[in-house]
Design a protein around this ligand. Structure first.
Ligand SMILES: [Zn+2]
Length: 128
């Protein structure tokens, strides 16, 4: 699975849609490919009082309900096509879902791929 294909999938989903007063399917979409080569997507949900979810949480939920937890590649795209990095909470979340995800490749721009380990050099459990 090429990153360009994942990027195109996420980019096509990264559009804000109002679904309720003060509640939006937000501007960020994620596409990931699992170690079994299945693609899962997620879109962020924005609400008041910070009750929403990052797109990574939604994509991982889709993966989990299909019995998978290991991610090979992930890209997050903001409306308009800008690639963004998973936030700090999501970095730790991806690690806690499966520690193998430290080797997950994450696209930061069209020419830069890093691993989750690069973005999360010290996990929560490293602090024991
Ligand atoms: Zn996040």
């Amino acid at each position: 699975m090429e990153f360009k294909k994942l990027y195109d999938i996420a980019n096509n989903l990264a559009k804000e849609i109002k679904i309720e007063e003060h509640t939006y399917i937000s501007e960020v979409a994620v596409a990931l490919v699992s170690d079994k080569d299945n693609i899962y997507v997620g879109r962020s949900i924005k609400t008041t009082c910070s009750l929403g979810l990052c797109a990574e949480n939604v994509a991982v939920s889709n993966m989990i309900i299909n019995g998978e937890s290991v991610i090979k590649k992930l890209v997050a795209v903001y409306q308009g096509g800008k690639i963004i990095s998973p936030c700090g909470k999501c970095r730790e979340f991806l690690y806690q879902i499966n520690h193998k995800n430290l080797d997950c490749e994450i696209m930061l721009n069209l020419n830069k791929i890093v691993t989750l380990r690069d973005l999360l050099p010290a996990t929560w459990s490293d602090m024991k």
